[in-house]
Design a binder for this molecule. Structure first.
Ligand code: C5P
Length: 406
């Protein structure tokens, strides 16, 4: 898929530099030519010898000699690539890119480049969250540079938070979508994804909600968009950034979500990942309910519309493929199979939300453990990061839709 494509990979100085080796291996497997610049910082973490061994090419470093410059000038180095990837991109390297500094081979090649540039940041969470770093990322994006990641999770420094280099799978998928061949099987098709929780008002200040973080749904929307689908993400309130390749419509309650979903139709595929509140208070109070008004208030609840069932019902507007989620803590597969039948959808992703061996819950986590259930099959997928599950699911959806079309 990356055959005859050339990538200039700039390896910055961070603990994630060793993961650049895996990236080189994966890009080569896809048929790409990979030429590397190892920065002075990068060379503190990995050796030019291992980079050369994997890339099969001479590695360029800041010890760039005049002989090198005569053989392969920094301009040629950047011009001969179809894409420049910086992974890992440190806070320092990004700051220098923003400022247009060209004081080493990496920044000079970046400045001389006339090709798309992708940066994959990786650093400590405090460094990532600093306003200066965030301003720099925004400036790079405004300059048309593609920023992938970082992921959140446990960091090499022992802290928790955002700052891990994005999954290598995800970086490869983004590179393939950008410069690969046959990489956009969903081009020309439309996708709809619901994600996040819904909030149901009790009074102007209180609401009923749930623990959905929206991460899995956002990753699925991004993956469908990456494969070329015009993707609408209808999202309840979350703390997440709008994913790449996606148009997001923000909603609050289940009824808002249904209205936004209906507005997005017709689509070819709908994936309902949202944790829609099953009930809502029948009549939200017009003003804040006071504590001193006697006995605790009784909440009279009424059922919310079932968006997945509504999308799945036979109609002229029914998507070709409707996928639902079933979050369960016990009898996962049986419950999910029952849900497939009761909702009328085509596939159900059974999501095991019981705490894992370490006692960690799936809500808000970065990994997920799922089964894909269709009318005649149950497939157990190995536990993986939500972005990896999303990418796999998007490919399965593309296979199903293109098979139907063909
Ligand atoms: O019935 P339950 O909530 O377990 O079903 C989960 C599936 O149904 C998810 O795909 C969820 O997005 C969808 N759903 C919905 N509207 C509701 C309730 C659930 O779309 N009101």
């Amino acid at each position: 898929m990356l055959k005859d494509r050339n990538i200039l990979l700039i390896i910055g100085g961070g603990i994630a530099a060793f993961r650049a080796l895996e990236l080189i291996r994966r890009l080569k497997e896809q048929g790409a030519g990979v030429r590397c610049i190892l920065t002075e910082g990068g060379a503190e973490f990995i050796t030019a010898l291992s980079v050369a061994g994997l890339s099969g090419e001479k590695v360029f470093t800041d010890l760039f000699s005049l002989t090198d410059e005569a053989e392969m000038g920094h301009i040629r180095l950047s011009r001969e690539a179809d894409l420049v990837v910086v992974a890992p991109a440190t806070a320092n390297l990004m700051a220098r890119m923003v400022a247009g500094v060209a004081d080493d081979l990496a920044t000079t090649a970046l400045l001389a480049s006339d090709k798309p540039v992708m940066v994959c940041p990786s650093m400590n969470v405090e460094m990532w969250e600093k306003p200066s770093t965030q301003r720099n990322v925004a400036a790079l994006e405004a300059d048309g540079i593609i920023c992938i990641g970082p992921d959140s999770g446990s960091l090499a420094c022992g802290e928790e938070g955002a700052g891990r280099l994005a999954d290598i799978d995800l970086i490869v998928a983004e590179i393939t979508a950008l410069i690969g061949t046959g990489a956009r099987p969903l081009a020309g098709l439309k996708a709809l994804v619901t994600a996040g929780p819904t909030l149901e008002a009790i009074d102007p200040v209180r609401f009923i909600a749930n623990r959905s973080s929206g991460k899995q749904g956002y990753a699925i929307a991004e993956a469908l968009g990456r494969l070329g689908a015009a993707t609408t993400l209808v999202s309840g309130p979350t703390a997440l950034r709008v994913p790449r390749h996606v148009t997001r419509v923000d909603v609050t309650s289940a009824r808002d979500m249904l209205a936004a979903v209906e507005d997005a139709l017709p689509v070819d595929v709908a994936v309902c990942v949202a944790a829609v509140s099953d009930w809502r208070p029948e009549t939200p109070a017009g003003s804040k309910i006071k504590k001193n008004s006697g006995a605790p208030p009784a909440l009279k609840l009424v059922e919310n519309p079932d968006i997945l069932a509504a999308l799945s019902a036979p109609s002229n507007n029914r998507p070709q493929l409707v996928v639902g989620f079933a979050a369960e803590t016990e009898n996962l597969v049986e419950q999910a199979q029952a849900k497939l039948a009761s909702k009328g959808c085509d596939w159900i992703i059974a999501n095991d939300v019981s705490p894992d061996a370490r006692g960690e819950v799936v809500f808000g986590a970065d990994e997920n453990s799922i089964h894909l259930i269709t009318a005649d099959k149950v497939e157990a997928w190995e536990r993986a990061r939500k972005s990896v599950i999303a990418d796999r699911l998007a490919h399965r959806i593309a296979d199903a839709l293109t098979r139907k079309a063909g």
